[in-house]
Design a protein around this ligand. Structure first.
Ligand SMILES: [Zn+2]
Length: 582
């Protein structure tokens, strides 16, 4: 999600299985088939309940033999005011208003031969530990049959109901889902309020039963619809090479379809937002095309955009594989907020939907890379904001918390500091792009994606991939992202004596990023050089016959995360910046 939505949330705080091989890749498949799901679910709009059955095929992706598996039951995080999620969220204490209660109950859990696994399973916050009657060898597959009931809350955090007569549903993080076994351990971190998800790749075949007057916006691609005698319909969706499945449903949805670069973009919007439909599609098409050009093609046949009702904007601004939610923004916003949210969520279709990082433990690899991507969209796209406004927006969020590290686990941020995961990372990467050159930087990002597409990279992998193309980046990863360092250069006074004309450049911040220095002499001549920023300061002396009249550090404004630009020059103010850098 984009962090303006996070800020809004914070303000609320008072103080038959898909026929896939289970090892390796089939000819049409791009991602390994680790956790795949076939589901039959029924949405009851009256009771705000989803009843489901699923068969999970899980293939042990590790070299280890597994004696247990773990299921995630995210909606349990909304079951009362004392869950870890709710305590961190902090909106309610004591008792949760009944309409905001969400929950998920597993009714049966068994191997396909009928062997019950539920009796020996144990619940811990938002996870279920399931001991296996027979351990699972490397590359061996396991088939589980699960039935469950999900109670949806009135939407306040991505999922739930709202809209006209409470007939709009956003159904996300809603079904019993395999946890990830990676790097020798199960990811059993409970669901945290700041955190989103960490998932394995697989295939989904999902049949959704709803009343016949409801439209379903499902992830993946539509794969048939059946009308039932009881006044319901069943809509089937399939999705390959994805890590999750979500859907929205409403009797009011209008639909628009466009093709862009071979991808079908499907917009589901509410009639009161008809005036925004063109903008939704324009932004989606442009974002999809730009990101595909920058980083590598969008790997799915369809991308679904879901518009949310005005009283359910907590469902807007969320990303699932091949499906994003957005919102029109407040009155008078001229759909510029829509452009930000939509371009941000579509950016997530690259990070983490193709690079399945652990957003809970390393959220900067997900939200940070995505915020960078959407800020570049806003700066460059026809339907964006222009470079100055895009940069100013990012800087406004970064400035007050610039010294907070951006690479902490999501649960270590409190009181709104989570914003640095987005903005500090975005400005750091934008700075690197400017320093290294846009083409070289985008090539390095594309190489990272190519190397880790459909895998589980971590921060060290990301750094190694970038450094492989761009050389040592200690200033970015050590000085800036992982520490309290800020980018802040300044110029000292110009001293003219008979011995020479002396200038000083000072590195006030902890980040040793290379900086351009531009010296202008009385004759009008200029000299440009790059300082490596390793020392605390740099002194330069020139002949007194043609003294320095102006010294500037970072005159071309490459350092997007520069904290205070007011002290970046000394000398004749009339000669300030070259026109190209104003
Ligand atoms: Zn996001």
């Amino acid at each position: 999600m984009p962090y303006r939505l996070l800020i809004v949330l914070l303000l609320l705080i008072p103080s038959s299985m898909p026929a896939r091989s289970t090892s390796g890749l089939s000819s049409t498949q791009l991602a390994p088939d680790i956790a795949s799901y076939q589901m039959n679910v029924r949405l009851d709009p009256v009771t705000k309940t989803v009843f489901g059955t699923e068969r999970i095929i899980y293939t042990n992706p590790s070299p280890d033999t597994l004696s247990e598996i773990w299921l995630r039951l995210y909606l349990r995080g909304f079951s009362n005011a004392n869950t870890i999620w709710m305590r961190e969220y902090g909106r309610w204490s004591g008792t949760l208003p009944p309409e905001y209660v969400g929950d998920i109950t597993v009714r049966s859990l068994a191997l396909t031969d009928g062997t019950d696994l539920l009796a020996s399973a144990t619940l811990t916050d938002t996870l279920m530990r399931v001991p296996l009657s027979q351990s699972l060898a490397p590359s061996q597959a396991l088939a589980l049959d699960v039935s469950w009931v999900s109670q949806l809350p009135r939407v306040f955090a991505r999922t739930g109901y709202g809209g006209r007569d409470n007939t709009f549903f956003m159904v996300g993080q809603w079904y019993p889902k395999m946890a990830v076994y990676d790097r020798g351990r199960w990811d059993t971190e409970p669901w945290h309020s700041n955190a989103e998800f960490f998932n394995d790749f697989g295939t989904y075949d999902v049949s959704v039963n709803v009343p016949s007057d409801y439209t379903v916006a499902g992830a993946g691609v539509p794969a048939g619809a059946v009308s039932n005698a009881d006044g319901t319909q069943t809509l089937r969706f399939t999705a390959d090479d994805v890590t999750d499945f979500a859907f929205a449903s409403s009797p009011d949805f209008q639909t628009r379809l466009v093709m862009a670069s071979g991808v079908e973009i499907a917009l589901y919007y509410l009639p009161e937002h008809a005036a925004a439909a063109d903008t939704y599609l324009d932004v989606a098409v442009e974002a999809l095309q730009l990101y595909s050009a920058w980083y590598g093609a969008y790997p799915h046949p369809r991308l679904t955009i879901v518009d949310v009702p005005n009283n359910a904007t907590a469902a807007g601004g969320m990303e699932y594989p091949t499906l994003v939610t957005s919102e029109v923004g407040g009155a008078g916003s001229n759909f510029s907020f829509l452009a930000y949210v939509t371009s941000h969520e579509i950016g997530h279709q690259w990070w983490p939907m193709q690079t399945a990082t652990n957003e809970s433990a390393e959220p900067w690899l997900d939200e940070g890379l995505t915020e960078y991507t959407s800020s570049r969209y806003l700066a460059e796209a026809i339907h964006g904001w222009g470079s100055d406004r895009a940069l100013a927006w990012e800087q406004s969020l970064y400035a007050s918390r610039a010294s907070v590290p951006a690479t902490l686990p999501s649960w270590e941020y409190a009181n709104g500091a989570y914003v640095v995961v987005y903005s500090k990372t975005a400005l750091g990467l934008w700075t690197l792009e400017s320093v290294a050159g846009t083409d070289r930087f985008r090539h390095a990002m594309a190489s990272y994606l190519a190397q880790y597409r459909f895998k589980h990279p971590n921060g060290a992998d990301f750094r190694a991939a970038l450094e492989q193309e761009l050389g040592d980046l200690g200033w970015l990863f050590d000085d800036y992202l992982s520490s309290s360092g800020v980018i802040d250069y300044a110029t000292g006074p110009i001293t003219n004596t008979t011995l020479g004309s002396m200038v000083q450049i000072v590195r006030k911040g902890g980040v040793r990023v290379p900086a351009d220095i531009l010296i202008t002499f009385r004759s009008g001549a200029q000299q440009q050089q790059t300082w490596d920023g390793q020392a605390n300061s740099l002194q330069l002396t020139f002949p007194s016959a043609n003294p320095v009249v102006l010294v500037q550090v970072d005159p071309f404004r490459k350092l997007k995360a520069e904290l205070n630009r007011l002290d970046n020059q000394e000398g004749m103010w009339q000669m300030r910046l070259p026109l190209s850098a104003r």
